[in-house]
Write a protein that binds this ligand. Sequence first.
Ligand SMILES: CCCCCCCC/C=C\CCCCCCCC(=O)N[C@@H](CO)[C@H](O)/C=C/CCCCCCCCCCCCC
Ligand code: CA
Ligand code: ZN
Length: 293
Amino acid sequence: MGAVVAGGFYSSEKIANAFAYESSELDWCEDNYRYSEHVVEYFNTVSSFFFFIVSPIMLYLMHPYAKERSLGIHVVWIMMIFVGKSILFHITSFCSRVFSAYFHMTLSFVGQMLDELSILWVLAVGYAVWFPRKLFPSFIKDRSTFSRLVLLITVITTASSFVKPTANAYALNCFGLHLLYTLAVEMKCCTDQKALRLAKLSVALWVLAISCWISDRLCCSLWQRLNFCYLHGIWHILIVMAVAYGSTLIAYLDASNEIPYSLPGLQYWPCDKWAVGFPHIVLSSSPKTQKRC
Ligand SMILES: CCCCCCCC/C=C\CCCCCCCC(=O)N[C@@H](CO)[C@H](O)/C=C/CCCCCCCCCCCCC
Ligand SMILES: [Ca+2]
Ligand SMILES: [Zn+2]
């Protein structure tokens, strides 16, 4: 007996065991049950919670951006829509991190699918709200049609992800390459030093993150000999930073393109002059800081 799911065949045994510990075909390099009998991969689970430190800071930094009062009321409302986009993105990211922790705690098939599908939906939200208008396919005229197309593709991809679950993570990582291309096109004529610095930092973090992910998958025996099996956990931390930096940059470019009269600018918290910090968007009432992208 079995069930056909999106063209694939799932035995009833597999469906019944879908919640069982270690029912996923994926197993990361970290030793299982090393620190707890209830948590399969302890460091990978705990590192998933790094997001819960970064996300409240990023949401808090949106506060002044949302409350700018020196602009006309209609501009404030439009700004709310732009802040809303970021909040929507952070809420979906929040769910994705909870599922990631559940996956590493259990290594169950359900955990794997929740982790991967939530990442797919975070990407879909990111594309729907921020993908640059000038890169839309020529037959698409507005963002709402583009968002509907993204929704359709995401629903189809969600169904097809059950066909070969082990390939999903590799397919998801290809989006990183597409985002890099999108960013390169967007930044081509940009002379804003802060935006350029943020782009370089995001790309550097992504390159480091993906190197850890690949190395954990492909060179596990080497890392086990070195007694250092924490690369996947380090990926969790680096990718959260890359996404925090990259999404702020994309939100800034979006605001610069769509509502240039609100004079968006970039600043770092806690100190704008430090080499590292949390980037956020500020609105300037002075025309001196007019966008340069
Ligand atoms: C114009 C579009 C804007 C989109 C904005 C950015 C979208 C970021 C989307 C998702 C982020 C979530 C990534 C966290 C994944 C962590 C969970 C995890 O580790 N899962 C693994 C199993 O535990 C699984 O194997 C990982 C799968 C791969 C996920 C790849 C996600 C692609 C992220 C691309 C980020 C680019 C950052 C910007 C660089 C310039
Ligand atoms: Ca493991
Ligand atoms: Zn993970």
